[in-house]
Design a protein around this ligand. Structure first.
Ligand SMILES: *[C@@H]1O[C@H](CO)[C@@H](O)[C@H](O)[C@H]1NC(C)=O
Ligand SMILES: *[C@@H]1O[C@H](CO)[C@@H](O)[C@H](O)[C@H]1NC(C)=O
Ligand SMILES: *[C@@H]1O[C@H](CO)[C@@H](O)[C@H](O)[C@H]1NC(C)=O
Ligand SMILES: *[C@@H]1O[C@H](CO)[C@@H](O)[C@H](O)[C@H]1NC(C)=O
Ligand SMILES: *[C@@H]1O[C@H](CO)[C@@H](O)[C@H](O)[C@H]1NC(C)=O
Length: 391
């Protein structure tokens, strides 16, 4: 394994749609203060408690910069991206188009480290994976939005955010609160991913080592994890001193001449890296090793029996998805994580759903968020799709 492998797992973990882990907000000052209000946009903070006790932070951009109309006339959206300038960032673009934009932060991210009875220093606090993000975190956020605005939401997910969305869609409680779903670089099947480091990470069973030494919080910048990764970078001969540089070099394909704005790296790095659970890392590495989009593997037939009444973890059941809910998938031909054959398998699994697929042959995984042209390449499609949804 290497730093890069880690970064990949970690990118999956941070670039959430329902969980914008890029956004650091419990610590002072909050994302509202550090980013959103700095550009002159309104920003509100809220919290919501999940059924299993996690206290999640949310930020809300109720309207655009030149607009004071009543919030109740607006559609709530959920968007993750406020990292680039307003004209380049999806959250601001949608706010300016009249959406009420809510930014979600999944459990374990800096904005969502609260719990009704546990401390984030407790091992049990980190006993979850993206399954709980999809089942509990997403539901709680959608309920808060519904209770506040009286409207169902459009969900917009990127990378791990899509995986969470795809888990959430199996829950009728979740889908009843959605009017549409946008999946940018959807990650469900990981059988044909190409980044050698990610693959090597999965096959290194790092999670087993971490569990064995009692590390349930996975943060690439912290303690043993950081040490392990540094060591591995050394062994693999990779310069991992700039996490973003390493990761972006791998994932940005510069479609339509987009590039990563390197002068913003110090700014991005203020918000990185954040924690996820070792269990979440484990679920991803399991998905990579098995090639399936399955539930968490407890590691032995007997333990799986206990949780699932079968010896192997069940697959995520696409047949439960509502057939009419509009889904937009935007995918890239050069994406090594949401790669073409795995996306095709996902599309085949969604045959009974109402899917629109936009394919960008020249784009890679990072282009859709970090590329300087994402607002041209991708967000126009997103905005047009949202406009097409019957109210
Ligand atoms: C972790 O969560 C599972 C349910 O998902 C539960 O059965 C198990 O006891 C929990 N383990 C710890 C250490 O809290
Ligand atoms: C939303 O309102 C319902 C019904 O009043 C309530 O049961 C639920 O706890 C509320 N949830 C949130 C997240 O506000
Ligand atoms: C790149 O980032 C710098 C610093 O944040 C900013 O001033 C500039 O407008 C950005 N350039 C582009 C093309 O987005
Ligand atoms: C467990 O699976 C068996 C065989 O598939 C089935 O007969 C039984 O009803 C299941 N038990 C529970 C508790 O779901
Ligand atoms: C499918 O989604 C489109 C939006 O992409 C929407 O206009 C249409 O009404 C949906 N179809 C059904 C049968 O719900």
């Amino acid at each position: 394994m290497t730093m890069l492998q880690l970064v990949i797992a970690f990118l999956l973990a941070i670039e959430l749609a329902a969980g914008s882990r890029l956004l650091k907000s419990t610590s002072n000052p909050s994302i509202c203060e550090t980013i959103v209000q700095g550009y002159g946009y309104p920003c509100l903070q809220d919290t919501v408690t999940t059924e299993d006790g996690f206290v999640l932070g949310m930020q809300r951009i109720p309207h655009g910069i030149n607009d004071n109309t009543d919030n109740n006339e607006r559609d709530p959206g959920a968007a993750t991206f406020v990292m680039n300038t307003p004209s380049q960032s999806l959250a601001f673009i949608l706010a300016d188009q009249g959406y009420d934009v809510w930014l979600g932060n999944t459990r374990g991210s800096d904005a969502s480290l609260g719990h009704i009875s546990l401390s984030n220093q407790d091992k049990e606090f980190w006993n979850w994976s993206l399954e709980e993000h999809g089942k509990y975190d997403l539901l709680a956020m959608l309920q808060l939005i519904y209770n506040t605005t009286g409207s169902r939401s459009h969900f917009i997910g990127y990378s791990q955010g899509t995986t969470i969305g795809l888990v959430g869609l199996t829950q009728p409680k979740v889908t009843s609160l959605l009017s549409s779903v946008v999946l940018l670089n959807p990650v469900a099947f990981l059988k044909n991913i190409t980044p050698p480091f990610t693959i090597a990470l999965a096959h290194s069973y790092l999670e087993k080592f971490l569990f064995s030494v009692g590390i349930n919080e996975f943060n690439p910048a912290k303690g043993v994890v950081a040490g392990e990764l540094k060591e591995v970078c050394k062994i693999q001969g990779i310069d991992c001193s700039n996490v973003l540089e390493v990761a972006m070099g791998m994932y940005l394909k510069q479609c339509n001449n987009a590039y990563i704005n390197r002068t913003r790296f110090p700014y991005y790095l203020q918000f990185l890296p954040q924690s996820t659970s070792t269990k979440n890392l484990a679920l991803y590495t399991q998905m990579i090793r098995s090639g399936g989009f399955d539930r968490y593997d407890y590691g032995s037939p007997a333990d799986n029996m206990k949780y699932y009444n079968q010896t192997t973890p069940p697959a995520i059941d696409f047949s439960t998805y509502p057939p009419n809910l509009p889904l937009l998938l935007v995918t890239g031909g050069e994406d090594g994580l949401a790669d073409v054959p795995d996306v095709q398998r996902l599309l085949d699994s969604l045959v009974n759903c109402n899917v629109t697929h936009v394919f960008r042959p020249e784009c890679g995984h990072a282009d859709f968020v970090w590329g300087t042209n994402a607002h041209i390449d991708v967000y126009v499609d997103v905005a047009n799709f949202l406009k097409s949804i019957p109210k």
